[in-house]
Design a protein around this ligand. Structure first.
Ligand SMILES: Cc1ncc(COP(=O)(O)O)c(C=O)c1O
Length: 423
């Protein structure tokens, strides 16, 4: 949210300054609106630690099973790992080309063709980035002007709020509510106006696991046309849907020309630490984003790029097999959570289950998550961490559990969570 910058004589600013000046020099800059956008700016003007950091530290300190953070506990396919080792041995250790290694650009184009029938020019319509995170950052910073409105669903992946704040945008949200976390289409129509520059869609959705039906995606395209907005679609969980198809917005009629599609090898290949992401869009939009991206990381992950290319060319059975495996894990955790007494929403995609702690007598998810290691030896994160401060109360009793873990660990977590039902 853009706000008038207080001058040094402004009383609020003076109060904040006096808090800081005794110990540290005054640090001004974009960090403040970034932290505010992410909901992490405290009343005293300092930046709160994110709940993810707090909960991971809690897991480390207590030895609790960490189902808070969404990273897999098994490495990706052996041939992809081997390809990275080989690339290092082959000397692919210097700066790759600015748009990405040609082998990876070609593999991304083949992947979009094979799974979605999209024909892309690898030389002009694709950009490799440092994870989906850099793709989001470069896209948002490149495409908005200060004061532009950006619409997302809420709860939202936390980076969106921080990046919209960094770019000086105004964040408008459309609520997704339990149990199915689908948006009210009239609320979506109201949120998108002529002031909207970007509509950011995350499908499959983190943290709710919702997958949006064609009707919702079509409305987004229609609204983007009507209000001359661009669509940014974060599809990092594109291969993790269960029993429903993943429909990339860019495949809908009239969508490609105004859509930036973002994905990453992290979730598809269980290689979140490699941070190899990419985006695709019409050439002029990619060039605009590249103008910003080149001054963020310039390039990254030289030996990992050809390895991810190997992954993208794996047979269909790899992709369907990993979705089936993830569905099995979802079911193990869903059964455990139900048995423990939670009311849950069964997700159609992604890594995450949202559970309502109200039946267990808890109305504050953050408080519940802080106590969960002691109560059951498990760590989760509150859904309020994915909401703007104004809307946190509406999601207060909800918590998110990640199931991208070994089945044995999920079974152990389920057995421990059963203690909750005996309290
Ligand atoms: C919805 C969503 N977008 C983007 C990312 C970041 O992806 P990467 O690790 O490739 O930067 C994540 C990671 O959790 C995510 O859940």
């Amino acid at each position: 949210m853009i706000e008038p910058r207080p001058c040094r004589g402004d009383s609020l600013e003076r109060m904040q300054d006096s808090f800081h000046t005794e110990h540290t020099p005054i640090v001004s800059g974009a960090w403040r609106r970034t932290a505010r956008g992410a909901g992490l700016l405290t009343e005293d003007g300092s930046v709160a630690a994110s709940i993810f950091a707090e909960m991971s530290a809690l897991a480390a300190r207590t030895g609790a099973i960490n189902l808070g953070q969404g990273f897999p506990d098994e490495d990706g396919p052996a041939e992809v790992l081997e390809a990275a080792r080989q690339a290092i041995s082959d000397g692919m250790n210097q700066y790759p080309p600015g748009r990405g290694q040609p082998t990876l650009l070609d593999a991304i184009a083949r992947h979009q063709q094979r799974f979605y029938g999209l024909t892309l020019d690898p030389g002009s319509e694709i950009l490799v980035t440092a994870g989906a995170t850099e793709a989001l950052a470069a896209t948002i910073l490149a495409l908005i002007e200060p004061g532009d409105e950006v619409v997302t669903f809420e709860p939202f992946y936390d980076a969106y709020g921080g990046l919209i704040g960094l770019g000086g945008g105004i964040h408008r949200t459309v609520p997704l509510r339990a149990p199915d976390f689908q948006p009210d289409l009239d609320a979506l129509r109201t949120a998108v106006t002529d002031r909207t520059r970007l509509i950011i869609v995350n499908d499959p959705h983190n943290p709710t696991g919702a997958v949006f039906p064609r009707e919702t995606l079509e409305l987004i395209v229609q609204l983007a046309h009507q209000h001359d907005a661009l669509i940014v679609t974060d599809e990092v969980y594109e291969h993790l849907t269960f029993g429903v198809p993943h429909i990339p917005i860019a495949t809908l009629p009239g969508a490609w020309e105004r859509t930036v599609t973002i994905s990453s090898g992290g979730k598809t290949f269980s290689l979140t630490g490699w941070k190899v992401g990419w985006l695709s869009a019409p050439a002029a939009i990619v060039t605009a984003i590249l103008a910003v991206k080149q001054f963020l990381t310039f390039v990254n992950a030289a030996p990992f790029q050809p390895a991810i290319a190997v992954g993208l060319d794996l047979p269909d059975s790899y992709f369907s097999g990993s979705a089936a495996e993830m569905k099995g894990k979802r079911d193990v955790l869903a059964t455990g959570l139900r048995a423990a007494g939670f009311a849950i929403s069964v997700p159609q995609g992604s890594y995450f289950i949202v559970a309502d702690a109200t039946p267990l007598g808890f109305t504050d998810g953050a408080d519940f998550c802080r106590r969960l290691p002691e109560l059951a030896g498990v760590v989760a994160v509150p859904i309020a961490a994915f909401c703007s401060p104004a809307h946190r109360a509406e999601y207060a009793p909800l918590v998110r559990f990640a199931y991208c873990k070994k089945v044995g660990l999920l079974e152990r977590a389920s057995a421990q969570l059963a203690a909750l039902s005996r309290r």
